[in-house]
Design a protein. Structure first.
Ligand SMILES: Cc1ncc(COP(=O)(O)O)c(C=O)c1O
Length: 441
């Protein structure tokens, strides 16, 4: 089916969402507050979520493999999390100081992730990476930050570089150029950003060796989650760890998404100990959250005792009790058995999609680890951001729209996640729906 046909089926099913979008247009640019969730001609409006399902304003029921961009690892409205939040908010919504809930979540995270000796909370993953980068600069006294081409770390200026650049404007594969990912990112940011090619250890070593004296940190999403969920090649992160250690460069693991792949996050699964780690999404149990933590000697820059903190970190709603309680209740439910079940569900999905693509001789692949997966529409070996770009640029949105019409919600770029609320039948429904979408065109 052509994209036009998929769109007309979508618009025919979503009249009330269109009416809401028209109202929104009068008061918000493009009618929304979240660039990534917009799609043409208008996004549908969410009304309710329960378990693995969401319902829109027109009453359409969809299976949710988006999970608020991988945040909702237990599915929608898990009763224990709702109960924990209800109990907390009845005692007051927020306070001008700490509550016990913050200690409990900090204890859980530091226990799960041994590299995180001390931790602080924010309200978003963006604030978490912002603070981790500032901290690395303060600790090392160096100005530059290295990041990987294709990696997303939130929306502050320091990481809005080379997120999804046009390769034609981004220099060579082995020596990528820093390209602004948004209007308004000043040239000073580009001057202080070093861009690295994912999974090319030799090229990374050459670039980092040349810049080492000025490099405060390398920030890395250990699964390149938002850049295609392309797990690291064997030995790649080990070499990056050794390289950064040799040069006194702070290694930041951005586990905002990848933390969901194991009890102790991707770092446990991959056996690497970073200096700092950033968190978000699942650790807030569905409420706004971020956190950053790591070596106690580095985190000490935030210690306000004895003459004051060297880095100020305010935030009216940092560590707010509702988020902290939702995080505790969520992590409590994430037992080793829950991770094993999530892995099995996503393995089943990846296996089903791979067999489908082979049987239909489609140009495509599915990648992922643990409960995460990403659909790709190329048959090139997937090693980095550039190799993951689809041969037909319209394909991801055609599949996204086609799946929506089949009652399945994914992300537009093909990233998805299984939740604890899903069953094997749900996963098989995904594969069968994808088969129908592909059969249409
Ligand atoms: C790896 C990664 N880091 C940081 C962020 C930013 O988190 P937030 O959207 O909570 O600001 C995201 C968001 O998707 C992310 O995927």
């Amino acid at each position: 089916m052509s994209l036009d046909k998929e769109l007309s089926e979508y618009t025919a099913k979503t009249h009330l969402s269109r009416a809401l979008h028209d109202e929104a247009l009068a008061v918000m640019p493009g009618g929304n507050s979240r660039t990534t969730t917009f799609f043409d001609p208008y996004p549908f409006y969410f009304q309710r979520g329960q378990g693995a399902h969401i319902w829109d304003a027109d009453g359409n029921d969809r299976l949710d493999f988006n999970g608020n961009y991988t945040s909702l690892i237990l599915g929608h409205a898990p009763p224990d999390v709702i109960k924990a939040v209800q109990q907390v908010v009845e005692a007051g919504l927020s306070f001008p100081g700490p509550t016990e809930h913050e200690i409990r979540l900090a204890e859980m995270l530091t226990r799960r992730v041994p590299s995180v000796e001390q931790i602080r909370f924010t309200n978003s993953g963006t604030e978490a990476t912002l603070n981790a980068v500032r901290l690395a600069r303060a600790f090392t006294g160096r100005p530059k930050l290295a990041k990987f081409e294709g990696a997303y770390h939130g929306t502050h200026d320091w990481v809005m570089v080379s997120v999804s650049p046009d390769p034609k404007a981004a220099g060579s594969r082995k020596r990528p150029k820093a390209v602004a990912s948004s209007a308004g990112v000043p040239p000073a940011v580009l001057k202080h950003t070093v861009v690295l090619p994912w999974n090319d250890a030799e090229a990374c070593e050459q670039i980092v060796e040349a810049e080492a004296a000025n490099l405060a940190a390398v920030i890395v999403d250990p699964l390149l989650s938002n850049g295609g969920t392309i797990p690291p090649a064997e030995g790649f992160l080990e070499r990056l760890r050794a390289l950064t250690e040799r040069h006194g460069i702070v290694l930041i693991f951005d586990e905002v998404i990848s933390f969901r792949v194991a009890w102790g996050g991707a770092q446990e699964r991959l056996g690497i100990r970073p200096d700092l780690t950033t968190f978000g999404k699942i650790v807030g149990g569905g409420l706004p959250v971020g956190a950053f933590g790591g070596r106690a000697d580095i985190m000490g820059f935030y210690d306000p005792r004895k003459g004051g903190a060297r880095i100020s970190h305010g935030g009216t709603f940092n560590a707010n009790p509702a988020t902290m309680a939702a995080g505790v209740a969520t992590l409590n439910a994430l037992t080793p058995e829950a991770y094993a079940r999530l892995d099995a569900l996503a393995d089943r999905l990846r296996g089903g999609v791979t067999r489908l693509l082979q049987a239909t001789r489609r140009r495509g692949q599915v990648t992922g680890l643990g409960s995460l997966f990403t659909l790709h529409w190329t048959s090139e070996p997937l090693t980095d951001y550039r190799s993951s770009r689809p041969k037909d640029p319209e394909m991801p949105i055609r599949v996204f729209m086609g799946l929506l019409n089949e009652g399945i919600l994914l992300t537009q770029r093909g990233l998805g996640a299984c939740s604890c609320a899903m069953s094997e039948e749900d996963v098989d429904r995904f594969v069968n729906a994808l088969a129908r979408v592909l059969a249409r065109g």
